[in-house]
Ligand binder design. Structure first.
Ligand code: WQD
Length: 335
């Protein structure tokens, strides 16, 4: 049985990926510092799969703890989710973001190298493309200057990993996620709401639940069919499965370069108003909304060309927007 380290494995995407790893017969050890989740998620994962993953409460900023971890465990591959992810906060606290997302990445890669752990999957983001010149976006689209320190950490992370893979024997895959949404069908794990949601779907769901009064739709004067901005919303369970496909590619030596990049999206763009309508249709719940000014830093449209992931990873999104929104609603009700 292969043993996989999942950093940030109690977070939103991490917890869904742990479930899929266990479903596929991998042994999982989780590192999490619990900065943006709770230990209860470990029991939730266990109740879904029937297997309790090993868990170490470690903050990757503590290099000595990372060193000790690799002395204690023999690891076949690492899926690295642990990072801070709030765009606005990153503008206020850039150094915190560079320490949390970049310093920790260097420690992890150093200790992997020191212990001959070669297989690495990185949580990257479509944010590296900025507003792409061509849609749908292919992996060879040029990256654009980051709009925030958070975005910069994803771009820099890719560079750090690629540079390292040129000299250490590291074999890496960076998955560029589009907009992850939804929750596990059991409604036992999902995105934990902390404070006022910044992302669209949590805000829609909380508005439908009466926690928020009204959704602000940020701009209806974009150059799109209905004037609202377009994104590629991908079900978190499909996204989790993309990690298994990427991991298997490395474990089976099928990778074609030491560092590879794949878009992980559905390939379909949906506007903000389309999302609101799809949510109402999927759940029968009403969402109050009003149109307000654009949000600073937002782009007009982004959706993935997923041909490379389809062909090379043998992976394709299977769940559609309505199903994802229904699962988000079910998760909200469970809370
Ligand atoms: C989607 C659309 C908003 C909230 C961000 C990060 C990205 C990524 C995911 C995270 C946009 C509109 C939103 C609201 C709205 N990384 N919107 N009212 O901005 O595409 O991506 O989150 O880990 O790096 O930038 O996602 O969900 O915030 O917004 O109208 O209350 O919904 O303007 O068009 P975004 P989002």
């Amino acid at each position: 049985m292969k043993k996989i380290l999942v950093t940030g494995g109690l977070g939103y995407i991490g917890s869904h990926t742990v479930v899929e790893l266990q479903n596929e017969g991998f042994e999982v050890v989780i590192i999490d510092n619990l900065s943006n989740t709770t230990i209860e998620v470990l029991d939730r994962i266990t109740s879904i799969t029937g297997i309790k993953p090993e868990f170490e409460q470690i903050d990757l900023k503590n290099k000595k703890d990372v060193q000790q971890f690799f002395k204690n465990y023999s690891i076949d591959g690492v899926i690295h989710f642990a990072a801070s992810k709030a765009v606005g906060e990153s503008v206020e606290e850039p150094l915190m973001y560079y320490e949390n997302n970049i310093a920790t990445l260097t420690y992890l890669l150093q200790e992997m190298n020191a212990n001959n752990v070669r297989n690495f999957i990185f949580s990257s983001s479509c944010t590296v493309y900025g507003q792409a010149d061509k849609l749908p976006i292919t992996e060879d689209a040029p990256t654009k200057p980051a709009e925030s320190p958070y975005g910069a950490t994803k771009k820099m992370g890719e560079i750090i990993i690629e540079d390292t893979s040129k000299v250490t024997g590291l074999r890496a895959i960076a998955l560029r996620y589009f907009n992850p949404i939804g929750a596990h069908k059991s409604a036992k794990i999902g995105e934990l709401p902390i404070g006022v949601p910044q992302n669209l779907i949590p805000y829609v769901v909380q508005t439908a639940a009466g926690i928020r009064e009204c959704l602000s739709v940020f701009g209806d004067d974009y150059n799109t069919p209905d004037g609202t901005a377009i994104r590629d919303y991908i079900h978190v369970v499909d996204l989790a499965k993309a990690h298994i496909a990427a991991l298997n590619r490395l474990l089976e030596n099928k990778n074609k370069a030491n560092c590879e990049f794949f878009n992980i999206g559905t390939g379909k763009g949906s506007s903000v108003l389309e999302v609101v309508n799809a949510f109402e249709k999927a759940t029968g719940k009403n969402v109050n909304y009003k149109i307000v000014d654009r949000r600073a830093g937002d782009i007009t449209a982004a959706y993935a060309n997923t041909s490379l992931a389809n062909k090379e990873l043998g992976w394709k999104a299977e769940l559609d927007l309505e199903e994802a929104l229904r699962s988000s609603w079910k998760w909200q009700e469970s809370l």
